[in-house]
Design a binder for this molecule. Sequence first.
Ligand code: PEP
Ligand code: MG
Length: 588
Amino acid sequence: MARELRVAGIAASPGIAIGRAFVYRKQAPQVEKRQVSDPATEVARFRGGLSRAKGELLEIKRQIAERLGESEASLWDAQVLLLDDPTAVEATVGRIRGQRQDAASAFQETMEVMIRGMEATDNQYLRERAADVRDLAWRVIKHLQFQTTAIPLAIPKQAVVVGHDLSPADTAQLLGRKAAGFVTEAGGATSHTAIVARSLEIPAVVGLKGAMLGASQGDLVVVDGLRGVVIFNPDEKTVRAYRRELKNYTGRQHDLQRLRKQRAVTADGFAVDLAANIELPEEMPSVKSHGACGVGLFRTEFLFLTSDHMPTEDEQARIYRRVAEQARPDPVIIRTFDLGGDKIGEDYQESNPFLGWRAVRYCLDRPDVFRTQLRAILRASAHGAVRIMLPMISSPDEVRRSRELLESCQRELAAEGVASDPAIRLGIMVETPAAALVADELARLSDFFSIGSNDLTQYTLAVDRTNERVAKLYDPFHPAVLRLIREVIDAGHRAGIWVGLCGEMGADPLAVPLLLGLGLDELSVSPAAVPEVKRIIVGLRHDRCRQAAAAAMAAASPQQARAGLREFLRRALPGLRLLDESCPLELE
Ligand code: PEP
Ligand code: MG
């Protein structure tokens, strides 16, 4: 019997699956470049293939819309649009006519240039989309060769599908087959497999190098989508441990579902607005299904990362409006662009982008970009409860100048007769130590605060949050960070505004009693983290959280603060299992 093999990848969709591997090897099309005698007929053949591929994608999109709703189905729009992209089509037709080349090889060569360009960028989002374009090319060529693009029907029930990459179309075809889990070699947390798997609530691990080598058809596989681990050919002990884990997880999910419609209120009546962070509009169904109360942070940077031009006011307004309508009656906090000027199409390099020309600094220097976004957000505010949030504020002047611009956009839209919310709230992220230290003054200029604990930790401790060498120094429970968080909450409350937190810290169970005890009003975490955080909140008493927070604030080190909070949670919620404690296996 084959030996157990454990491989770590990226946890893309939570849950545990135990099933037999269905290894999905996509047959690459065999394309032989040849000369054609009648280019006009070949062009017609090419257009026929394109149109069949398009018909197929539209049909897949229709099925997705039926199963998951229009918003999920919009993932397919980009692929369909690409089939109409005049550059790709004309370049292929040019090759057929000019070089008398056959349609399949002409299209393959054209798409290869496009794919290599996308793969070579340092933009992760575009690199991940390259896989979609490759899939599209594959589909069109298969149609040109009159070969099937369907995934074989003989997938066993409850199979774990293991593939190099699963395109949106592949994932869609697997919808009806009740896959138990997905494992892919390629992809990141924002790849389409990940997004679709999360909406379908199918456990998935992606970015697992060598997955296809690890699995043979029919092997037993465990997918641990909670920790990003896959175990091929698990031995009996592992299977037993994971069956227990699966039972516990299913039981916990069942309990959490019951909380979905409940508000996040402590046992003694302290209410917290528990919202979700999103990076893509496609995540909205997940916000709803996890029982979040709106969107506490909508990161809008994807608009730049998914398109090769400056997103227009209309394009942005359409997207913001869609999100606002889906969230209604709950609010959506749209954060203005938090990108470096180098990413927004300015041709220059920075040696230290985290301290550079980015976020609100860039926007204030480029009022054309800023106004376009503010006008688009204002237009969306007529269709839902929309709020605006400014990133990386470090001085009151930045808030004043942003508000002036906002008001001028409001006047402009009113003069044009375009509807918008005249009382739209303008808040700020408190994520630099400077902002935290002048929070009193900032609170007088802002309608709300949201603490960006990711950056606040990085800037306070002078630890680059993406540098693995210093990762162990990065700790939001450091007394310096905790004191700033307390100061910000107090300053906000003295000025009569609400204070939230939208960094990763909010999803750490240990941080929940601490933040509640400090008086935080709102918490925004990833959609999947919402149920667990809600369960902790409803199980706690606010008066006790205040005591736990006071003890954590007096701790001399992050370790001491954590130990106290861990003990507090153990006593307050005896049934709660913290993920790191519940790992059924020690990964070596
Ligand atoms: C933060 O800094 O805590 C935050 C939420 O923003 P981002 O992670 O997008 O920088
Ligand atoms: Mg930040």
